[in-house]
Structure formats: C-alpha cells, structure tokens
Write a protein that binds this ligand. Structure first.
Ligand SMILES: Cc1cc2nc3c(=O)[nH]c(=O)nc-3n(C[C@H](O)[C@H](O)[C@H](O)COP(=O)(O)OP(=O)(O)OC[C@H]3O[C@@H](n4cnc5c(N)ncnc54)[C@H](O)[C@@H]3O)c2cc1C
Length: 386
C-alpha cells in the first residue's frame, strides 16, 4: 500500500494543468489521488487567471480535446481563413479551412473564459484541488517526491510542473514586447485572422470572441516602441495600428486598455527530472507568433496522461519508464515548434533586404503551391503526431 498522500501532484492550475487533471481523472482508478495545487497569487505576468487579458488562438485539434473534457468556453470566434503577409514587401499566403477539409482552422477564446470553464470541469472530476500559497518541489527519493505548499508538505509518486515557468535561464530574450488590446474594424471580415510580419515583429489581428467586428490585437514590437505606444491616446494608438496593419479591415479603433507582455524563448533540453516532469509553459515558453504555446501544452498534457495510464494502475512502481516514453514522444514536436516560432518571429526583422525578399518569396511560393503550404500549416494546426 502506498505511503504517499497522492499518486500525482500537479503544480499549477493554468489551462495546461487543468487539462492534465481532467485527462488523468479519466484514466486513474482513483481520481481523488490526483492533486491539483493552484497558487492564489498573481502569475508570472502579474495577473490572476480571471484578470488575464490574453486571448488565445486555439487550433482545431485543441478545440476537439477541450470539448471532450467539457473545458471549452461558450464564447469563441471562428477562424476559417488565415492571411499571412509581410509589411512593405512582396509575398503573402492565404490558407482556407477548406484546404484541409475541416470546419474551421481554429478559434479564438479569452484566456479567462477558458480557464473558468476548465476550473468548473475540474471541480466535477473527482480530482483533489488544493488552492493556497505557491507550491514547490522540495526533494525526491526512491519512492516519492515531496512538495511544499506553504507550511504543508505533500508526498506523491510523481510531480508535474505546470506552473508556466521553466526552472532554467531563458534561451533567448526577444528584443520585442507584445502589446495586447481590442479594436473595432470599420470593414470587418468575419472568420479571417491576419498575421502581418513587420520589421519589428509580427502583428496579429484576430476575430475577437466578444462581438462580431471586434478584433483582438497582438502587436509585437521593440520595447522602446511598445513603451511609446502604451502612452498614446486611444485615437493616436488606433492611427498607428491602422498604419502598421494596412487597410484590409478599414480603420481599426482601439477601445480597450493596452497591456504589454515581455517575450522570451525558454527551451530546456529535457522535461523530465527523476519523479518530476514539466509540461506546457513550464516545459517550453515560446514567442506567441502563430499562437502555438497553449496548443503545444495541451498536446503535452494529452501525451503525458496517455503515457501514465498503465503506471496509475500500480503507482507504487517507479514512473521512470512511463516518463521516458513521454519524453521520447514529445521531444520532436516541442523542438520543431519552438524552432519554427523562433525563426518566424525573427526572419522578417533582420533588416537585410535579401533575407526579407527571400522570406517574401517563400510566402508567395506557399500561396501558389499548396504542396509547399500544406506541411507547415499542418504542423501549426496539429503539431507533430508520431
Ligand atoms: C501575448 C501572448 C499571446 C499568446 N497567444 C497565444 C495563442 O494565441 N495561442 C496559444 O496557443 N498560446 C498563446 N500564448 C501562450 C499561452 O498563453 C501559454 O502557452 C499558456 O497560457 C500556457 O498555459 P500553462 O497552463 O502552461 O501556464 P500558465 O497559463 O502560465 O498557467 C500557470 C498557472 O500556474 C499557477 N502557478 C504559478 N506558479 C505556481 C506555483 N508555484 N504553485 C502553484 N501554482 C502556480 C499560475 O497562477 C497559473 O494559474 C500566448 C502568450 C502570450 C504571452
């Protein structure tokens, strides 16, 4: 009989941690022995989940997973067409949902609504939820791992770090900040998402889940410009945004506060450390270009639950074999997605005309030759499946 308090302790109840808890509740014979430890303080960007202003582009595969977990929010804006272009240079690509025979390429949801829906589902799943101070791994030995949550000490067979923060130093500090806000388009195009590469970073204009014609803006630019833009009046910000994006949606009128997020790449070599394993942003923190971070984290959660299902039948055994399978299965997808987003975020910012032209030609080539477009789009839509 196990002396441990829990079979698995998940540190961090963000979208990835909640999704994992729900997946494990399905495969565990005793869901109450899965603990989800959620800190009641603000997260790494200074927001609680309810206040988080981010909106997230969720691909079709992630939506199907979240719906199966009853974790998909009621309000979502569909993405049926993606328009990719480069500001001031030749080349653009348009991707339609019909190219891939799916009802939509993805959708856009509010971080806060997604989180609230997942928390409701977790509350009904039988998993033990422990809200309190920040949790941390204290020590591990042959038979268990010890976690501290304030004064409380918990022993588990396995700890999953889903707290959104890799333990290692960042691999790259991008010379970019992401400005997040909403805008009303004077010529809205329902179902269209735009990714426009500028010399300072990518600018995404997505349909917003709140109302038709509302656009969600993720504008990546230099920290100096981000600071200057944040201080402008809504009218001046709107003019600068419309100038940078162009007139495909008419005039963009910003009607919400602007918030800034620092951007880093953090890609530790391994996600496994003895009886501890990291998933989601705790395993890899990416540039938000092409909206890959959470989609990757949800694939981590699905693969981990699958790898652990046999171990959960007899959790006094070492989880090493199950974790080795997880690491082997997830490695290529994590590495390729991190590299792809890293290159995409920087290739258009080199200010070397030859590189910008080549990147523009690549966009054009992908537009006219579906065989070039398909593999990249498929990876961004569903990741690497082994
Ligand atoms: C500007 C921006 C735009 C983005 N856009 C997209 C997008 O369009 N599509 C997409 O897929 N991804 C996007 N992402 C990435 C996405 O937001 C993250 O990948 C996702 O939020 C990761 O979820 P997570 O649960 O792993 O971590 P988090 O969302 O960071 O959640 C971690 C949770 O753990 C809690 N916590 C922290 N420390 C502790 C502790 N010590 N103990 C217990 N709990 C703790 C926190 O309070 C938090 O609730 C974007 C990111 C940014 C910055």
């Amino acid at each position: 009989m196990s002396q441990n308090d829990f079979d698995i302790a998940i540190l961090g109840g963000g979208p990835t941690g909640c999704a994992l808890a729900l997946l494990l509740a399905r495969v565990s014979p005793r869901p109450e022995r899965i603990a989800l430890l959620q800190a009641d303080h603000q997260g790494r960007y200074g927001y609680t989940p309810e206040q988080d202003p981010r909106v997230l582009a969720i691909n079709h595969g992630s939506r199907v997973l979240l719906e199966s977990l009853k974790g998909f929010p009621h309000q979502a804006a569909l993405i049926q067409t993606i328009h990719v272009s480069q500001r001031g240079r030749l080349g653009r690509t348009v991707i339609h949902h019909t190219d891939f025979k799916v009802p939509q390429l993805g959708c856009v949801v509010r971080y806060a609504s997604l989180h609230a829906q997942l928390v409701t589902a977790v509350a009904q799943s039988g998993v033990t939820v422990l809200n309190g101070p920040a949790a941390r791994i204290n020590a591990q030995d042959q038979s268990s791992i010890e976690i501290c949550q304030g004064e409380q000490r918990i022993r588990a067979g396995l700890a999953v770090q889903a707290d959104g923060k890799p333990d290692t130093e960042s691999t790259r500090q991008y010379a970019q900040m992401a400005l997040i806000t909403h805008a009303q388009a004077s010529l809205p195009r329902p179902g269209w998402a735009f990714e426009r590469f500028t010399q300072e970073g990518p600018l995404a204009v997505l349909p917003h889940p709140d109302a038709a014609g509302q656009q969600s803006i993720v504008w990546c630019c230099t920290p100096e410009r981000a600071r200057a833009l944040s201080q402008r009046s809504p009218e001046d910000f709107s003019l600068a945004l419309t100038h940078m994006f162009g007139t495909r949606l008419g005039h963009l009128s910003v009607n919400q506060p602007v918030t800034a997020f620092p951007l880093i790449l953090n890609m530790p070599q391994t996600a496994v450390d003895g009886r501890a394993v990291a998933i989601g942003n705790a395993a890899q923190t990416l540039h938000p270009v092409a909206g890959q971070g959470l989609n990757l984290g949800l694939r981590d959660a699905a693969a981990l639950a699958f790898s652990l299902q046999h171990w959960l039948e007899s959790p006094t055994r070492s989880p090493a074999q199950a974790l080795a399978v997880f690491e082997r299965v997830r490695g290529p997808d994590r590495q390729i997605t991190a590299r792809l987003t890293d290159v995409m975020s920087r290739i258009f910012t080199t200010r070397w005309p030859i590189v910008e032209h080549v990147a523009g030609l690549a966009l054009l080539g992908m537009d006219v030759i579906p065989a070039l477009r398909a593999p990249l789009t498929r990876h961004l839509l569903q990741g690497m499946r082994l």
